[in-house]
Design a protein around this ligand. Sequence first.
Ligand code: RTP
Ligand code: MG
Length: 143
Amino acid sequence: MAMERTISIVKPDAVGKNVIGKIYSRFEDAGLKIIAAKMKHLSQKEAEGFYAVHKERPFFKDLVSFMTSGPVMIQVLEGESAVAKNREIMGATNPKEAAAGTIRADFAQSIDENAVHGSDSVENAAIEIAYFFSATEICPRTR
Ligand code: RTP
Ligand code: MG
């Protein structure tokens, strides 16, 4: 299996519920390492740019409004098959369909406010990492 990096975002609903640490524990328990992190209150432009692939979708306006409704916690996760592993830990987009024990099953309430984002491919992970982090902000583990 390949070592990969992926972007994870704890969305405004989960930050508001004060469960950043509980969500971080899920990553650590799965063997994913946090190698960069920042808290940020996204501007409308930043949220629109991040979700540009969805700009023609009917939920785009609500998504941008939600993602700018409070601070988010953004991290780069590194590990074996990190992209798929993070998606597995997150659970389905709609928390009502998310498997028991996943982040969305435990911390999300609706498809619109679903606690976390995770990159959906290695290619998009690289784009999303570059969107939020400069090279010097990424801190690979030395021990
Ligand atoms: P994310 O990008 O946030 O990790 O979520 P995802 O891959 O599981 O879902 P995606 O299809 O990329 O959609 C991005 C976010 O848009 C909202 N959404 N709403 N109302 C709807 O039908 C709908 N579909 C998607 C969700 O908040 C989703 O996380
Ligand atoms: Mg997505």
